[in-house]
Write a protein that binds this ligand. Sequence first.
Ligand code: ATP
Ligand code: PRP
Length: 223
Amino acid sequence: MSESLTIALSKGRIFEETMPLLAVAGITPLENPEHSRKLVIKTNRPEIRFIIVRASDVPTYVQHGAADFGIAGLDVLIEHGGEGLYQPLDLNIARCRMMVAALESFDYAFAVRVGARLRVATKYVQIAREHFAAKRMHVDLIKLYGSMELAPIVGLADVIVDLVSTGNTLKANHLVPVEQIMDVSSRLVVNQAAFKLKRSEMMPVMDIFRSACRMTDRQEGKI
Ligand code: ATP
Ligand code: PRP
């Protein structure tokens, strides 16, 4: 492995949950992006570096070849569309669920039954659009960039489409999940063109992720 390889990922939960996978192969960052303002982070392996970007920007960096690899949630990949990307591996990290949620006092089942036109606030417009289209429901989508839980409280929307893990954020805001849309986890993504040109350099990194996933699955008793 001589050519340099760039892995795009976001700080916070993706970085934290990816590091144990790479540690299995002895790859460690030389700085912690939580404490450093640097956006390019070297590792103990001179040929591998990380770039730190917004979670929703990861597919864009990889699609345009600014990074060879990226790690992104299924939610982000669906919203992006996946153009120019291979998605060879589910890393099984940052696991959560995409849900429809409403105020405890809102009768979602009734609204669906009578064919009400719902106002849906979400950051995930593509996923929400497809979900309600499949249910043949007419909805008005309201694009937000965060804090979706607030929208039903202040009357901006009837329901939200958001990620749920522990359910604590919903509970704290008197919301309840009313429908699951999909399970979400984070995937390794690969630039298709780079993979064709640098296959021999990139394969070992993919193998590192693959075997690290197998090992952690084994530790969690999944295999
Ligand atoms: P951006 O900064 O681009 O707006 P973000 O704030 O959603 O993105 P993170 O909160 O770091 O970024 O989430 C990264 C990924 O982790 C998401 O795309 C999703 O797949 C997953 N995720 C989001 N929330 C949770 C959660 N509560 N528990 C587990 N995984 C989550
Ligand atoms: C995500 C999601 C929910 C919360 C759910 O937000 O948008 O608000 O996690 O997690 P819970 O079910 O465990 O409470 P996040 O913490 O990523 O904040 P952000 O989207 O505003 O960055």
